[in-house]
Design a protein around this ligand. Structure first.
Ligand SMILES: Nc1nc2c(ncn2[C@@H]2O[C@H](COP(=O)(O)OP(=O)(O)O)[C@@H](O)[C@H]2O)c(=O)[nH]1
Ligand SMILES: [Mg+2]
Length: 1027
């Protein structure tokens, strides 16, 4: 056979088709492509050109696809006597070219991807030999009335057209084997189709009908049937008579059940029921034992029956995005399984012998609260799961599970009282107590054990308190019901719910009322009701804010980058698709991870013990407690507790891991498991702290506790006064403070080094390059969170003061006691000019010094609409110390230098509807703007690292408009912070400031010279996958 091919390959990549939206679900595309390739009909033959052969009368196949043809030359047909196959796809024909109708021997014709609006009636009569006709992707409104004249037609593709019905004679196409009507406008199942007795493959997807006729059963040759994306809410009983059916696509419909006789479709090998409304696993499928592929993604399934093992030929099983909480053990008997998708369910525990599924090569489980094996193990694949489970099988399970319980609440809420009740049923009153207390309590034999953390509400603990909020704990929020009044709901309840929501995704919270013995019944009921109501209001309000932000981001994403980049007034001006997609994912994940607040409020503390035991036993709330960790993990814990070190380095930890018989990977899983359980502290993602592993939490608490400013203890050193009153500590005193906690503290410098890295303190006069400070003077450490407390004896803080150190007054928005600078436009005001002579304390007045007149200001502002993380400012102040010199610290402000470039940090309390903000800024003349960027960059990455500790925190980042700042505008325009991680757009030198549309802002004032390497964090787990 001879072939001519005039196809223009360059255009094959789909020019003329709408560009694929990048954010379409990739998995879906992949699946569709895979499934489509299975369609029976073959592609029309397309052989490569053989230009040496020029005798047209011998040509059988001619490919003129991918050209810009609008017509064919007259008389072309006369020289193509033998032509059987003609490919004219991807051209610009608006009607069937006349020349085509003069090719009576033509057997295959491809006119897809053209501009046809109709098909001449003559086509059927002129091409009596036609077997395959492809008219897909045109705008055809109607097929020829006399289409049945194509008596030999076997394959017809009219997908992606505008057909509303078929001509009556269609029913006479007796030889038709494959018919594709995908994506037309059929408002009903065409009545002509059931008559097509030879039909083996039919695609009616993407039309808009909602029922199938009973006589669909007449299609008794059909093997492949596509009915995707219709509006079917049920299938007729007669459907079950399609006795040759092998592949059935029913995804994207409204099916809630299948007909009872569905199991009689024994020839089925593949069924796609994804994106329907199945509430329960369709047990009728279990009779189809030849089934090889079963797709049930995106339904509402809550269980998989244990009889699933009857489907022993299953190769692909997709169950992602359902509501499954467990998998039957028999699943592991599906020996042929290669693909198992489970992501987006609520599965905590995998079947014991899951590792047996060694043939799995596509396995996904992200978005499940997996604990057994833990997520980290699951993420590594089947081999790791198998190893974990073998180890587990060998281990002697721990006698009882242990739940980590954290007591929270403002001062005098009754936290310590509750702890006493749990420990000894309400022993002697220990009185006002400070610091962090850890105790272990076990109820009766066989009951779960509890580890209790009682962290007092003193503000000095702000920088460290969040460290004790571990992911798998139960939080008890104590509420003093005697003194509660609806006015202080936020200070006593609302604030703590937001704190937990920001720190611990899906935190489990139990509200417990105290001093109920001092309340009368009616008062109690009224207050409980009020708390219940206000908790609900706050939760719905917060969720509404997040949802509307997510919708805004999604809308902006749909507008596309070009539209965003040209609309300075719109949301997300100039933000890239990638960054916006990350933002949408972040907001969606914040919405999914709201706290789980157990109701009702417990007001009878006598029932607290019993309540905790019941909660710890609840498999849905604490699934991880139900199974014991493997033996090697228990050995590791024991080795940890035997070790005398104040903390372990990674090297120490690896050594102990090897002793316990753990591999490198196994060790990571074991550490991460202990971290979740609150028995170990490790910040593995913080580059500054990753080498510290606190394997013995009480010992770590002892170290922290030693540095909390306290009333003078018996026989204590008067030198510590400066520390107690001003948060300043001389290095010489460190040893004395540590003595009670660490009898052999080793090197006190290493403890101070650690505290600096945590952000608890910084060294005020640290020698640079090994030089002794000021001729050998003693080193002093400043504890930013601690200054001022108890500055005068007897000056205790009011009950209204919260964990974040903000008083009631502050919460209600009146201004800070520290004098603010005159200009209200910027959080930084005029960045100060500390005295260049090196005077270390330029004083607050410097903050009001005028900026250099030629300098442009750079200010990055973080705003916190729900909650400003307690201790964040103090930790940030300490952590930036490595990057700055000549600093001056105010209560909420730091001014300093990086080299010769000034930098400023400022925390602003909410005022006038504006939330808490934290700003970092600098300044430089425009040509030197890179120096300002360089100065703020390490500060911003410190802040981002600290915020990484707050996976549920809602905050926004903005770059303030330098032009607005210069003008002194009261509310400077804020460019989206996402631009910090984007490259400056090519060929654009200025962006518009929407506040003053004529104003253009140089890109050097908005984009850093090189994009920040830390893109905004998305609190979603990394995908599992072994593709
Ligand atoms: N009668 C009574 N006293 C309580 C109750 N809860 C707390 N208290 C007292 O209130 C004071 C403060 O409680 P405490 O547990 O220390 O508060 P914390 O700051 O949250 O730890 C203590 O003197 C307790 O004895 C309660 O339910 N009934
Ligand atoms: Mg207490």
């Amino acid at each position: 056979m001879r072939t001519l091919n005039g196809e223009n390959k360059e255009r094959e990549s789909g020019e003329g088709e709408p560009p694929l939206e990048k954010d379409v679900d990739v998995a879906r595309l992949w699946r569709d492509a895979a499934l489509r390739s299975r369609k029976l009909r073959s592609h029309l033959r397309q052989a490569p050109p053989r230009p040496e052969e020029q005798d047209l009368s011998q040509v059988e196949t001619l490919n003129l696809g991918n050209n810009l043809l609008q017509d064919l030359p007259q008389g072309l047909a006369s020289s193509l006597d033998n032509l059987r196959v003609l490919v004219l796809r991807r051209n610009r024909f608006s009607s069937v070219p006349r020349a085509v109708l003069e090719l009576p021997r033509l057997a295959e014709l491809d006119l897809s991807h053209n501009r046809l609006r109709g098909v001449a009636d003559g086509l059927a009569e002129s091409l009596p030999a036609l077997k395959k006709l492809n008219l897909a992707h045109n705008s055809i409104l109607q097929l020829p009335e006399r289409i049945a004249a194509l008596a030999l037609l076997e394959e017809l593709d009219v997908s992606f057209n505008e057909l509303r019905s078929l001509p009556a004679s269609f029913a006479d196409l007796a030889g038709l084997r494959a018919l594709d009507l995908d994506h037309n406008r059929l408002a009903g199942f065409p009545p002509e189709i059931p008559a097509l007795a030879a039909l083996e493959e039919l695609d009616c997807s993407g039309n808009s009908f909602d029922v199938l006729p009973q006589d669909v059963a007449r299609l008794n040759s059909v093997k492949i049937l596509w009915l995707s994306n219709l509006e079917l809410s049920s299938l007729p009983d007669a459907f079950c008579q399609l006795r040759r059916l092998e592949s059935l696509m029913l995804d994207g419909n409204h099916l809630a059940t299948l007909p009872p006789a569905f199991g009689t479709l024994r020839t089925l090998k593949m069924i796609n029921l994804s994106s329907n409304r199945l509430d329960d696993f369709p047990d009728v499928l279990l009779d189809i034992s030849g089934l090889e592929e079963l797709y049930l993604s995106r339904n509402r399934l809550t269980r998989v029956p244990s009889e699933i093992a009857r489907l022993r030929n299953l190769v692909n099983l997709w169950l992602d995005h359902n509501r499954l909480t467990y998998l039957p053990d028999s699943l592991v008997d599906l020996a042929k399984l290669e693909e198992l998708l489970l992501q987006g369910n609520q599965i905590a525990v995998l079947p014991d012998r899951f590792g047996k599924l060694s043939g799995l090569n596509v396995w996904k489980a992200e978005g499940n609260p997996l604990v057994q094996p833990p997520y980290e193990v699951c993420a590594k694949g089947i081999a790791h799961i198998a190893a974990y489970q073998r180890d587990l099988a060998r281990s002697r399970p721990e006698a009882r599970p242990r739940l980590n319980v954290v007591l929270l609440g403002p001062r005098d809420a009754g936290k310590t009282w509750l702890r006493q009740i749990l420990l000894d049923g309400g022993g002697p009153d220990v009185g006002a107590e400070r610091g962090i207390h850890v105790s272990d309590w076990a109820a009766a034999e066989g009951d779960p054990a509890f580890r209790l953390y009682d962290v007092s509400a003193e503000s000095e603990l702000d920088p460290v308190r969040p460290l004790f909020l571990s992911p798998a704990a139960l939080y008890i929020l104590a509420i003093n019901l005697r003194s509660y009044s609806p006015r202080d709901f936020y200070a006593r309840v609302g604030y703590f719910l937001r704190l937990l929501g920001s720190k611990v995704p899906r935190a489990v919270v139990l509200l417990v009322g105290t001093r109920t013995d001092l309340c009368v019944e009616a008062e109690l009921e009224e207050k409980k009701l009020d708390i219940h109501r206000q908790v609900g209001m706050q939760e719905t309000g917060d969720a509404r804010v997040l949802r509307s932000s997510a919708l805004k981001a999604e809308r902006a994403l749909r507008r596309g980058y070009p539209a965003r980049a040209s609309g300075p007034r719109g949301y997300f001006y100039a933000v890239s698709d990638g960054n916006l997609r990350r933002e949408v994912a972040r907001l969606r994940s914040l919405l999914e991870k709201r706290p789980q607040i157990l109701s009702p409020l417990l007001s009878d503390v006598r029932r607290l013990r019993e309540k905790l035991v019941r909660l710890a036993r609840n498999t849905e709330i604490f699934p991880e407690l139900q199974r014991a960790p493997p033996g090697s993990w228990q050995t590791l814990e024991k080795l940890h507790l035997d070790s005398k070190e104040p903390w372990l380095t990674r090297k120490d930890s690896a050594r102990l891991g090897r002793q316990a018989g753990l591999t490198e990977d196994g060790l990571q899983s074991a550490l991460s498991y202990r971290r979740r359980a609150g028995t170990l502290m490790h910040w593995e993602h913080d580059p500054v702290l990753e080498d510290y592993i606190f394997h013995d939490v009480p010992r770590f608490i002892g170290i922290i506790d030693a540095f909390l400013p306290r009333e003078r203890r018996q026989g204590e050193d008067p030198e510590l006064d400066a520390f107690r009153y001003r948060g300043l500590l001389p290095a010489g005193a460190v040893h004395r403070l540590l003595r009670p906690v660490l009898p052999e503290p080793g090197d006190p410098d290493s403890v101070m080094d650690l505290l600096e890295k945590i952000g608890f303190c910084y060294c005020v006069n640290k020698p640079r390059d090994g030089e002794p400070p000021n001729g050998g003077a003693e080193l002093w450490y400043k504890f930013p969170g601690c200054e001022g407390s108890g500055a005068e004896p007897g000056n205790t803080r009011s009950e209204m003061e919260l964990n974040d150190g903000s008083s009631d007054r502050e919460l209600h928005g009146s201004s800070d006691s520290e004098p603010e600078d005159g200009s209200s436009n910027s959080d930084l005001g005029g960045i100060s000019e500390p005295e260049p002579d090196g005077s270390s304390d330029p004083g607050p007045d410097a903050s009001r010094a005028c900026p250099l007149s030629s300098a442009e200001r750079l200010e990055i502002r973080y705003s916190f609409p729900f909650l400003f993380p307690p201790g964040l400012f103090a930790r940030f102040c300490a952590r930036i110390n490595r990057h700055v010199a000549r600093r001056w610290d105010g209560r909420r402000r730091v001014l300093a230098y990086r080299g010769k470039v000034p930098v400023a940090v400022s925390h602003r309390l909410p005022a006038g509807g504006r939330p808490h903000t934290l700003s970092v800024g600098s300044q430089a003349a425009l040509p030197n703007m890179w120096t300002a960027w360089q100065a703020v960059a390490p500060l911003l990455s410190e802040l981002d690292a600290l915020l990484g500790d707050w996976p549920g925190l809602h905050y926004q980042k903005h770059i303030l408009c330098a032009k607005c700042l210069r003008r002194g505008s009261a509310s400077p325009h804020a460019f989206p912070g996402e631009l910090l991680s984007q490259r400056r757009p090519e060929g654009v030198s200025e962006l518009m400031c929407p506040k003053h549309l004529s104003e253009r802002v140089n890109v050097a004032l908005i984009y850093p010279p090189t994009p920040a390497d830390t893109p905004p964090t998305t609190p979603t787990a990394a995908p599992i996958g072994s593709e």
